[in-house]
Design a protein around this ligand. Structure first.
Ligand code: GSH
Length: 391
């Protein structure tokens, strides 16, 4: 029997953190999609023109649109298929969901990379063969391991640059284990973060918590033993009941999430506020130029340990999502959101006035200063138009 061609093709691989996020979402939405492991041709013809860099995931629509970035992929589908939206509408729930997306995408990346690369002795052949498999899916495992050894150093070399060093490893582990324990408690009571329906925050967490932390052998065993409810949630995320479930009533953000949001507030928000200043400084001295993905290094703290990490300019774009959502709320909704922000010690950070909002641009990964009236995303213009009132 001939199958109808897919409406959407996701270019990605199993070991990729952000592919795992987009894949789980597409499964939940039940759209007609397929996943392809990109070969050289796809990198040159699909990915490079879309992103300017060999990065995944990228999604192609059957009418030729190309979308890069897991968040943009999700927002693109949300605009087309609004039923069973992964964005709650209540101000507190939506703010919590956007914050947790940012946390999972960008902060849990530290333990994800740490447990992948700093426990290599315990999982060497698995990791290397996975890196080889994405280049030569039909080669023998031995050949894939050799290929992986040649092709993985670029990823491995980013570990110290993102701040995972002897000074901070203890902090990375203790911060992760605390979050893992808290999530385990949460998922004992709830199917997803905000009820029986996954929200955008679940997808952000799933990014780091699946491809690395629940799939690479060492952290997988750790999660299964220490946080079995989190492991079950990862499996639910990967095998969802399509378009089902509801968010909790009355805009409720479960108490069990507050300690996690407080950790984010203490660790990740100071980092992104410094990124915002660095981006602003760059724009002031280089008007009209694209902002490099890395703008030098700065100090940061995780799990009580202080180190140095790269200034990752992109994180401003992710933080703008919860920030602008909050800042454009009506007075009444803002008061409700304030309760949440105060309870997680994030109120002050959310009063930040971003002088130079940043936008994404098709064909490059580097952010640019947002032009007046321009959408903040490169591909979608529905939810995040700066100056409009999000619903
Ligand atoms: N924010 C992007 C991040 C994508 C990303 O970093 N992908 C990794 C694999 S999981 C990659 O291809 N990295 C290569 C690079 O950053 O140049 C997203 O959400 O899709």
């Amino acid at each position: 029997m001939n199958q109808a061609p897919a409406d959407y093709t996701l270019y990605g691989v199993e070991l990729s953190l952000y592919t795992g996020k987009a894949r789980a979402y597409l499964r939940y939405k039940g759209v007609n999609w397929t996943e392809v492991m990109p070969d050289k041709k796809a990198f040159f013809e699909v990915i490079m023109p879309t992103a300017g860099s060999p990065i995944i995931p990228v999604m192609k629509t059957n009418d030729g649109d190309l979308i890069q970035d897991s968040t943009e992929i999700i927002d693109f589908i949300e605009a087309k298929e609004p039923e069973f939206s992964v964005y709650p509408t209540g101000p507190k729930q939506k703010l919590a969901a956007l914050l947790l997306e940012f946390f999972g995408d960008e902060w849990l990346l530290l333990p994800a990379m740490h447990y992948r690369w700093n426990y290599l002795d315990q999982q060497h052949d698995f990791i290397m063969s996975e890196f080889g498999r994405q280049i030569k899916p039909n080669a023998s495992v031995e050949e894939q391991i050799e290929l992986g050894k040649k092709n993985s150093p670029m990823f491995r070399s980013s570990v110290p640059k993102m701040g995972i060093t002897e000074d901070t490893i203890e902090g990375v582990e203790s911060s992760y284990l605390t979050v893992l324990d808290q999530l385990n408690t949460h998922f004992t009571h709830h199917k997803y973060l905000l009820g029986s329906r996954p929200c955008i925050g679940d997808y952000g967490l799933h990014a780091s918590l699946y491809a690395h932390l629940a799939r690479d052998p060492y952290p997988k065993a750790l999660m299964q033993k220490r946080a079995p409810e989190v492991y079950k949630w990862v499996e639910r995320m990967n095998h969802p009941q399509e378009k089902s479930g509801e968010f909790l009533e009355n805009d409720q953000v479960p108490e069990t999430l507050l300690p996690i949001l407080s950790i984010q507030s203490a660790e990740q928000l100071p980092d992104v506020l410094k990124v915002i200043s660095a981006n602003e400084q760059f724009i002031n001295s280089n008007p009209g130029k694209k902002i490099p993905r890395v703008l030098g290094y700065h100090e940061f703290t995780i799990g009580g340990k202080t180190g140095t990490r790269w200034i990752n300019s992109y994180t401003q774009w992710m933080f703008q999502r919860p920030l602008f959502f909050y800042q454009h709320l009506s007075a009444n909704h803002k008061t409700q959101a304030d309760e949440l922000l105060k309870s997680i010690q994030a109120y002050d950070a959310f009063q930040t006035n971003i002088e130079k909002p940043l936008a994404r641009k098709k064909g490059q990964l580097e952010l640019v200063e947002q032009a007046f009236g321009q959408s903040l995303g490169a591909y979608t213009n529905t939810q995040w138009q700066f100056g409009s009132e999000p619903n």
